[in-house]
Design a protein around this ligand. Sequence first.
Ligand code: BG6
Length: 519
Amino acid sequence: MDNNIKNKNSASNSMIRVNTSAQEISQKKCINIEHGDPCSIVIIGATGDLTSRKLVPALFNLYLNGGLPDSFCIVGCGRTKLNDQQFKRKMEKALTEKGIPDDSKWRSFSKFLHYRSVDYENPGSFINLAKFLKKLDQKHITRGNRIFYLALPPSLYEPVAQMLGESGLSEEKENGNGWSRLVIEKPIGRDLKTAVELNQSIQRHFREHQIFRIDHYLAKETVQNILMFRFANAIFEPIWNRRYIDHVSILALETLGVEHRAGYYEQAGVIRDMFQNHLMQILAFTAMEAPSQFETGRVRDEKVKVFRSLRPFPVEKLHEHIVLGQYGPGTINGKRVPGYREEPNIKPDSLTPTFAKMKVFIDNWRWQGIPFYITSGKRLARKITEIVIQFKEVPHSMFRQTLEERIDANQLKLGIYPDEKIILTFQTKNPGARVCLRSATLDFSYHQNYIGPVLDAYEKVLIDCMLGDQMLFWRQDGIEHCWSYLTPILNECESCDNRSKMLQFYESGSWGPLSTNRI
Ligand code: BG6
């Protein structure tokens, strides 16, 4: 952090000032957007919501910012019968609704858009797709490189991967051209067994280096920044351990409810929806050791070591380590909102948790005995995503005779949303004759003095796929280690005995169940 703190040295003016001038922030060390190889981006499930809301807008933005390779094409595939023109019109409408106009650019971009209807269970349909893609390779000079983005429900990952494999579309050539990559998103299984099965069946057709398992939290700049902050500065690492840190809190609080996703969420609940993926990744970035190089395999190895060091959850003492909740009706931002059980398509007696707080320990030299509190919930008072490093109190207070209160320990907050900030809290003297302390902060705002494009999560994911860089994607062993940690917890919490006993109801717009601080 290039921040300077100046304490104007007089009792009458003890203002704490934080200086971060443009010169102080060096942007010289930035690497601009790299270009991937020419390729066809094949979106399977292209008539769905994800394609029009996220993927095509992201690709169009990349096109506008020069982030796409020199030659490329985008092929939408889906069960619906559409021709190229109808697909283009559908995408144009979606972009217009998102307020991304630019007619002339759209016209030139849309020349690279195609559509092909496919039947997910019919091998012939994929053989035709393979022939079609071959023709497009000639037309757009994409050298036989392909990304298959499965914008599909997870139940279709396995059959579609199989169809791609059997039609030869997962094969790669030896010479570096003609690569084939598969992109999928969570949920990867619903427990250890199903995740292993899914990985195995996909790996019958795609090898690990071809599989890109997205976690959109890893595409967030502020999440990536955790590594830079920790390992590009010498002063934080020496105190980043059990000797100086009291506990760590990782929070992902949301105001949104279940929205239109009842079918998925009723089966998932908060632990599968947020913990098995995003929160485990944040935990890994916060707790991992420094890899010897900023290189995909090494970074992923270090993260996996964290997952392997998770202390098995004491399922016999659930109440001391986990709080589960479900939102009832309440008020958020002045608006009445229904409870989870009154949401469309949710069972009126549903026992699905929408809130969880877990106490997690990492059994290694650095973190022995230090609790990590991980919390996530829907319909809470505010949307906040952050990591809070709570340091220990001073070992001895020389002010104990003078001060009436305890001295607050230092705290470091890594804000991910809405404040993309790093905030260090520390104690200063309060101005005046009496000895009195007050907390002050050093703040760094992530986008302060930055000028330049900021990639949205899907843009980042698509660029990394084109580059073949898997650093910000899940590796199979990481997923499986996390599932082996979480599956026993889920089994225990979902057992008939515990299901209703564990669940505490909280009012929408509150900070979660009243007993949250029990652990
Ligand atoms: C998704 C979950 O993965 O992440 C959602 O399925 C959740 O339930 C969302 O709302 C939160 O993402 P973000 O980026 O808004 O914090």
